[in-house]
Design a binder for this molecule. Structure first.
Ligand SMILES: Oc1cc(-c2ccc(F)cc2)cc2cccnc12
Ligand SMILES: [Mg+2]
Length: 214
């Protein structure tokens, strides 16, 4: 009973962050999850790698699979150029409710479109719903058994183009072995592993960056 973990995270943001200041929202969540209670945000260590890849790609169109409370949504959207759109997909309606509030608190609601539902059902609807031809950048951070089917679906729906960059969280912990197998043995991808650690811990984890070659 009482507040859920996402609700406690939202409360920490409202208490410790400044409205309209994405960096303070990120810092408030990281402080709470490092010192009060762990949560499955990409976190500050892997977040620096995420930031550098987003800045390198400088995407006009970006997709995130797995919103959770919106921490990485804020990390990505804060770096997007004016006029760009980040679509984020969340399966859990309660998380979606919290994420919308955290994204709005950061002042990034105009750059972000949150879709609620299973990624496998929503990905085929993105083109018609948002008029997006393809994604420059995709962040995979949802359930690990969906990484391969959703990557194949993005290919089949023509949502990837030559040079599209996929960045996948948790390829070591909890692990996405089938996904690593898929991108590392596929001539249509140029892939590289960025070692880091599981959010707020010393446990090994990392991000796999894969460029679609068309
Ligand atoms: O970054 C993440 C971490 C974990 C996770 C949960 C329990 C552990 F003991 C270790 C890792 C799960 C995720 C599920 C979805 C997206 N990201 C996750
Ligand atoms: Mg993750």
């Amino acid at each position: 009973t009482g507040l859920s973990r996402p609700q406690r995270i939202l409360k920490a943001v409202q208490k410790n962050a400044k409205k309209g200041d994405p960096q303070s929202v990120i810092a408030a969540i990281d402080h709470y999850c490092r010192h009060k209670e762990w949560a499955m945000n990409v976190g500050d260590d892997k977040g620096l790698i995420l930031d550098s890849v987003v800045m390198e790609v400088n995407p006009s169109s970006a997709l995130e699979l797995g919103t959770y409370c919106g921490y990485s949504t804020v990390r990505i959207a804060r770096l997007l150029p004016a006029g760009s759109t980040l679509i984020t997909v969340e399966f859990n309606p309660h998380c979606a409710v919290i994420a919308r509030q955290i994204i709005a608190y950061a002042g990034l609601q105009d750059k972000v479109k949150l879709m609620e539902g299973p990624s496998g059902d929503l990905i085929p609807k993105i083109k018609e719903q948002f008029g997006i031809t393809s994604f420059d950048f995709v962040f995979l951070d949802h359930w690990k058994d969906r990484y391969v089917p959703d990557t194949k679906l993005l290919e089949e729906c023509g949502l990837l183009r030559k040079g599209s960059v996929l960045l996948a969280d948790n390829v070591i912990c909890p692990g996405a072995p089938e996904y690593l197998e898929y991108v590392r043995n596929n001539p249509r991808y140029e892939t590289r592993y960025f070692p880091s650690n599981l959010e707020y811990t010393k446990v090994e984890d990392g991000l796999e960056k894969s460029v679609f070659l068309g």
